[in-house]
Design a protein around this ligand. Structure first.
Ligand SMILES: Nc1nc2c(c(=O)[nH]1)N[C@H]1C(S)=C(S)[C@@H](COP(=O)(O)OP(=O)(O)OC[C@H]3O[C@@H](n4cnc5c(=O)[nH]c(N)nc54)[C@H](O)[C@@H]3O)O[C@H]1N2
Ligand SMILES: Nc1nc2c(c(=O)[nH]1)N[C@H]1C(S)=C(S)[C@@H](COP(=O)(O)OP(=O)(O)OC[C@H]3O[C@@H](n4cnc5c(=O)[nH]c(N)nc54)[C@H](O)[C@@H]3O)O[C@H]1N2
Ligand code: SF4
Ligand SMILES: [Mo]
Length: 868
């Protein structure tokens, strides 16, 4: 039994791992302060993702297997030669908020202290950079003032641009528990009616990008009503200017005066208010201003750093905070020290004994890949990220990586859009196989511990980085394990502490390997005289004069203007059961059953106007690319706005790469791209042929549209094309399944206009294809369950027999309960979530599906008899 931390979101839940056969069994750690035993669907399914199929097991050089020695020598030589010929700024690292702190520390030390460039940036630029910039502007350091306990103790939780129920499910459970215990009110500010918005007391469907206008109105009202906190404002500068500019601005929020008034009243009269913010705030061309507009309101009222109140940035990735602590961004140094401060640089250079310190900020993510495209970056090492999918203008980024002289990718699999472009692939030890630390959203540092041996030649990322550093001739990279790196980082943080920085964990600088192994979760800072707690209630900030800054901010519209040609605003984000580019969650069949295909949500009126039928396919295009997505007609999105999730890739749905559509517009201060406000065209994609396929083998689709996923019995795919396959459906299917000679049974159902092909080996169903001229109406789960079963009369039917209920899409991933079963319980009279739970078990696991169950109940009319 090994205690570790979940590798997904920034909640940072503790898990208990028990090796079971070739896998792991995973349960919530009741003693971890972040989750107290709770887990969400993704955490619960972790054990299903650790299998070895698809794993990268050995280094690869130019497509051929190699050993580590050869690969590391090659990488070191190419980086050394490139630097010698073109200078240190001709190379770059692109890292990830999912790396462990120890991995991150080594990468940052190598680039900023020894190579002498600050061209090290990370996917946190796409994620947290606006918060970092906003925190630094207001507080003088990137400090999260509060703790998770504030969510338990708040009377009002305002979620701005956060789909907490899906993206931070365990925090959502804490908020729900607070609502049950103390009547905490929940307000959600989101242009889209997300499941979180659905569950809120008040949903403000704000106009995209209008958050600055909204919080300026709030600030003006705070001042008007005399609610500013004069005592606290003695620790703040800029209040007058910020209030004057907020009062002068009356920018449109898209909200009714009544809703606006309710929100302002609620915020003004509730002392214990936590304003949680996430990607609807950060991923914006005015992201930093949005952050400061929120911070301004908390500073003006002094509602910061005290129990149950404060601004709260929830971090996306498991170690977004750790990356910020080691200085993983191109404009940071280490331990919250500043790259642009000569004293800070000298202190770090001395500590590292660094021969060549970077002296100025490096390229931020979007600029970095632009420099790759222009040939200014000639050697690039990408670790733990998939930028060919997730950066804006992703098709251009993919082409830039493909054209780069030398690309190294460290990953757990070679089957990603980015890894496929690498000259050198390095096999990384995965979560569950490696050790280190991560910092969650509330500054709690927890251990990830290995429970399984790394397979094949897989090695941890820190080791590969240190090896390359040594082979480039650098001293100071000879740690014997993560504990030694952690101690070095902790010692450096002590120097930062003495320079007046907040991130100081020097209390741990002398721990032994055994103590590191046993280390319990702890919240920073951690010094001889301070341990954890909140920041700023005392009015002491980290600016030179110790006062906070209120920053005057003015609302700006999203960078991409809507035009007659590009009339729709494309919002993007996440779904409940998938993690980013699905390289791990996509391996757990039950996580693929909630929403199994790339889709676009379109408002009912827009769908009618454009002739987009439910479940048809739409083409979405922008100035930078195009995508083909399944249409979901819904009133969750307002007219003129559409929403598409970010998860699909060249591996899973080549026309579903949503970042191909997103323009590379960035916030001028943080460099964070505006991932949620592309201007796009939406039109029907004229498909005349549709199919659903399932097999126990690997699918090789080649139709113009396809999306595939792993299932309990193998793989399944949705296929479509403008016309029936020219080679004939059977020939297409044989190529798709790789079954040129297998026995086949065919059935044609003219009434349904559906053709079914069933491939049989040794009396068992090997593969099934259902095809016709309209979207295939067939029960996917029942078809998938037939794969591998003995062939019989029911094998070719599009639906299960009456005796075999079909689950439909899985709403409760923890308990495996489908929409149809829940709908049946509701139809049978269950009118609240608790009754549905006792009838079906749905909602009794992590609870993230409870808002969806509630919505299903609300949407189901009460039968006449029950209503009487
Ligand atoms: N299931 C799941 N959970 C995850 C992840 C995952 O991939 N899957 N990823 C993790 C990571 S790295 C991150 S960063 C977090 C992200 O967590 P969230 O930020 O909660 O997730 P998103 O879906 O990106 O965006 C949140 C909401 O912002 C809204 N929004 C769009 N534009 C605006 C706007 O102008 N103003 C406002 N107020 N809202 C707007 C969107 O409609 C969306 O509902 O999730 C983490 N958790
Ligand atoms: N349109 C749009 N785009 C977005 C966003 C959005 O909301 N909308 N959100 C942005 C945000 S907030 C984020 S955080 C990014 C995330 O974007 P990415 O970081 O690019 O996406 P991931 O799928 O998390 O990529 C992680 C990679 O690391 C690999 N990996 C897994 N474990 C290990 C390991 O132990 N070591 C190594 N070396 N590799 C490993 C995985 O296989 C995978 O290829 O996407 C951003 N892009
Ligand atoms: S909320 Fe879910 S994904 Fe996030 S850390 Fe906890 S178990 Fe993992
Ligand atoms: Mo993120």
């Amino acid at each position: 039994m090994i205690r570790s931390t979940c590798p997904y979101c920034g909640v940072g839940c503790g898990v208990i791992l028990s090796p079971a056969g070739h896998g792991l069994s995973v349960k919530g750690d009741p003693d971890h302060p972040a989750n107290r035993g709770r887990l969400c669907s993704k955490g619960t399914a972790l054990g299903e993702t650790v299998g070895l199929s698809g794993r990268l097991l050995a280094p690869v050089i130019d497509g051929a297997g190699a050993d580590w020695d050869t690969a590391l020598d090659h990488v070191a030589a190419r980086f050394r030669d490139t630097i010698a010929a073109h200078g240190p700024d001709s190379v770059a690292f692109y890292l990830s908020g999912q790396m462990l702190t120890e991995d991150y520390y080594v990468a940052n030390k190598l680039m900023k202290g020894f190579i002498g460039s600050a061209n090290v940036d990370t996917n946190s630029r796409l994620c947290m950079a606006s918060t970092v910039a906003g925190h630094v502007r207001a507080f003088g350091a990137d400090t999260v003032p509060g703790t998770y306990e504030d969510l338990d103790e708040a009377d009002l939780v305002v979620l701005v641009g956060s789909n907490l129920a899906w993206c931070h499910p365990v925090l959502w459970q804490r908020v729900e528990a607070a609502r049950a215990a103390r009547g905490t009110r929940i307000v959600v500010i989101d242009p889209r009616r997300s499941v979180t918005a659905e569950a809120a007391d008040l949903h403000l469907a704000i106009a995209p990008g209008a958050d600055v206008a909204l919080f300026n109105r709030l600030l003006a009202a705070i001042a008007d009503r005399g609610l500013t906190n004069a005592a606290f404002l003695s620790h703040v500068t800029g209040a007058g200017d910020a209030i004057a500019s907020a009062s002068a601005e009356q920018g449109d929020t898209g909200l009714s005066p009544a809703d606006l008034g309710r929100f302002i009243d609620l915020w003004c009269r509730t002392e214990r208010v936590v304003t949680v913010f996430s990607q609807g705030v950060n991923q914006s061309s005015s992201g930093t201003d949005k952050v400061n507009a929120i911070l301004n309101c908390h500073l003006a009222t002094g509602r910061i750093g005290r129990p149950g109140m404060g601004p709260f940035s929830v971090t996306g990735q498991p170690n977004a905070m750790g990356g910020r602590e080691v200085g993983g961004l191109a404009n940071q140094l280490a331990c919250h020290l500043s790259l642009e401060n000569a004293d800070h640089r000298a202190a770090v250079a001395g500590f590292w004994n660094a021969p060549r310190m970077a002296e100025r900020p490096g390229l931020k993510a979007v600029e970095m890949f632009r420099a790759v495209a222009e040939g200014r970056i000639k050697a690039l090492w990408i670790i733990h990220s998939n930028p060919a999918v997730t950066l804006p203008e992703a098709d251009k980024v993919r082409a830039a990586i493909a054209g780069c002289d030398f690309v190294v990718v460290s990953d757990v699999t070679g089957a990603t859009d980015t890894a496929r472009l690498a000259h050198v692939l390095l096999p990384a030890a995965a979560w569950g196989e490696k050790s280190g630390t991560v910092t969650n959203s509330d500054r709690t540092i927890s251990r990830q511990r290995a429970a399984l041996p790394p397979p094949g030649q897989a090695r941890p990322d820190w080791w590969a980085l240190a090896q390359v550093a040594r082979r480039m001739g650098f001293a100071g990279f000879d740690w014997d394990g993560p504990a030694a790196i952690f101690r070095e980082h902790a010692s450096l943080s002590g120097i930062a502490g003495r320079l007046g920085r907040d991130f100081d964990i020097s209390g741990k600088a002398a721990i032994s390997d055994a103590e590191y192994d046993r280390m319990e979760p702890f919240r920073w800072p951690c010094t001889t005289d301070r341990q954890g707690g909140r920041f700023f209630a005392d009015g002491r900030f980290l600016t030179p004069d110790t006062r906070a800054r209120m920053v005057p901010v003015t609302a700006r519209a999203p960078a991409a203007a809507l035009t007659a040609d590009r009339p729709f605003r494309l919002n993007t984000g996440r779904i409940r059961d998938q993690w980013h580019t699905m390289t791990r969650t996509g391996r757990a069949p039950r996580l693929n059953r909630h929403l199994g295909e790339p889709f676009v949500e379109v408002n009912t009126a827009d769908a009618l106007k454009l002739g987009l039928a439910p479940f048809s396919l739409a083409e979405v295009s922008s100035d930078s690319g195009r995508a083909i997505l399944r249409v979901i007609v819904t009133d969750r999105v307002p007219g003129g706005q559409i929403f598409a999730p970010m998860h699909w890739t060249g591996e899973t749905a080549p026309t579903g790469r949503v970042d191909a559509l997103v323009p590379a517009a960035t916030d001028p201060l943080s460099g964070q791209p505006e991932s949620k406000a592309a201007a796009v065209t939406l039109a029907p994609w004229a498909a005349r042929w549709f199919a659903f396929a399932a097999t126990c083998d690997v699918l090789a689709p080649s139709t113009p549209y396809w999306a595939r996923r792993m299932t309990e019995t193998g793989q399944a795919a949705e296929l479509a094309a403008p016309a029936a396959p020219p080679e004939g459906t059977e020939a297409m299917a044989r190529a798709l399944f790789g079954l040129p000679d297998a026995q086949m049974i065919r059935s044609d159902d003219p009434a349904r206009a559906l053709t079914t092909l069933c491939f049989v080996t040794e009396g068992r169903v090997r593969a099934l294809l259902f095809a016709g001229p309209a979207p295939v109406m067939a029960a996917r789960d029942s078809i998938i369950a037939r794969i591998g079963a003995p062939v019989g009369p029911a094998s070719l039917a599009p639906r299960a027999g009456m005796d075999q209920p079909d689950e439909g899409p899985i709403l409760c991933a923890c308990m495996g309960v489908g929409r149809n079963r829940i709908a049946a319980a509701v139809a049978a009279g269950a009118r609240d979530v608790a009754t549905v739970a006792s009838a079906t078990c749905a909602g009794t696991g992590c609870g993230a599906c409870r808002p969806e169950i509630a919505a299903l109940i609300a949407a189901t009319p009460v039968p006449a008899i029950a209503a009487e």
